[in-house]
Design a protein around this ligand. Structure first.
Ligand code: BYC
Length: 337
């Protein structure tokens, strides 16, 4: 157990010992382990193992990329929303996703990552974004299915991340989850309206649920025995539950909600298992998941092409903001002098 004095010194990165000093490195590691074990937060100023930092940058960057790529399938319906009310709600939701991207890129920056570099990695396929956003939004009902299922899966995954061991990520998740909860409800309400509408509207809602159900289950990642990062991420308390645990929890939540919606989930094997206290469900097509991750999903190419175009078209905004900030800081400097 590290002493209080050593703890104090070692928590602050670089304030004790020389680089390569084995005793100091050991103290740093022990203090880090003790902080994680005590369920306290690691903050940007604290020493952390390089692999912990790299894992966080990988996960937070992927998460941020998913938020901004996730704007595309929904934005596809803004101009075609069936009423002003629906349009205003959808615009607010898509803006929220951009905001989530901002919190997350900022959290990654606290680990020393540069936003420019992360975006470059997204644009060149060196970092991933969620598989789910490589599926098309074919009808208006897809906006409801995304809200209910995709945002519902996101909440199930992200509520435990509010207790992640890395402070800035955990705090960003608190606000994101509150907003996701609103998103999930708007999706549910939209689907309910369609389900209770005309026969055609009901069929449209059912078709959307049929298409989004399985990809939503894939959002939780590969099965536990194939999840490369889960064990270490759980030991570091970045992840609090395994991929399969969260997927099971999501299925249990969705089944009664589907019944209330008057819609069926497209899985003949779905049935309550009294012994396990969970719903059993059918096999997931992991070949499809792997293909989507390899870039062969229905919309991978379109998503990245549109993202790059938006980035290039926004260059003047970034340049103007940087020029304004530089001018402002010079003026402030002159005033202070
Ligand atoms: N899609 O070892 P594993 C949203 C990758 S945004 C693509 O289990 P980990 C929303 C994984 O990265 C939703 N890739 O990994 C936004 C790894 O590859 P690398 C996004 C996936 O990290 C707008 C490999 O497979 N949410 O909700 O322990 C509108 C092995 O996997 C996926 C987050 O990002 C996938 N589905 O666990 C509406 C949440 N799954 O990196 C809604 C934060 C796995 O070695 N992220 N991979 O090349 C996490 O909780 C975890 O990163 C995951 C994966 C559970 C996703």
């Amino acid at each position: 157990m590290a002493t209080a004095a050593a703890h104090q010194t070692a928590r602050t990165h670089g304030s004790a010992g020389q680089e390569g000093d084995i005793d100091a490195d050991d103290t740093y590691q022990r203090v880090f382990d003790a902080t994680v074990a005590a369920d306290e937060r690691i903050e940007p100023r604290d020493w952390m193992p390089d692999a912990y930092r790299a894992t966080l940058v990988r996960q937070i960057a992927q998460h941020a990329h998913s938020e901004i790529i996730g704007m595309q399938p929904e934005a596809n319906w803004i101009t075609r929303a069936p009423s002003l009310r629906r349009k205003a709600i959808l615009m607010a939701k898509v803006q929220d996703e951009a905001g989530h991207g901002l919190y997350l890129y900022s959290a990654a920056e606290t680990l020393g990552a540069s936003r420019e570099d992360l975006l470059d990695k997204l644009h060149t396929g060196r970092q991933k974004y969620s598989s789910i956003f490589n599926y098309p939004t074919l009808t208006w009902a897809d906006v409801g299915a995304i809200g209910w299922l995709v945002d519902g899966a996101a909440i199930t995954n992200q509520v435990p991340l509010c207790r992640c061991s890395y402070g800035p990520y955990a705090r960003a998740m608190v606000r994101v989850c509150k907003e996701e909860s609103f998103h999930q409800r708007q999706g549910y309400e939209l689907l309910l309206a369609l389900s209770r509408g005309t026969t055609e509207q009901h069929a449209m809602a059912q078709d959307a649920v049929d298409r989004w159900w399985w990809p939503s289950l894939m959002m939780f990642g590969p099965p536990d025995d194939e999840s490369a990062h889960s064990a270490q991420s759980m030991a570091w308390k970045i992840k609090r539950h395994s991929n399969d645990e969260l997927r099971r929890r999501f299925v249990d939540i969705c089944v009664p909600q589907a019944e209330s919606l008057g819609l069926t989930l497209p899985d003949p094997d779905l049935k309550w298992n009294e012994e396990r206290g969970h719903y059993d469900f059918g096999p997931i097509d992991w070949t499809e998941f792997k293909e989507v991750l390899k870039g062969n999903g229905p919309c991978n190419e379109q998503r990245i092409t549109q993202r790059k175009a938006a980035h290039d078209e926004g260059a003047w905004v970034r340049e103007s903001a940087a020029a304004y900030a530089a001018k402002h800081s010079t003026r402030t400097g002159v005033e202070q002098a």
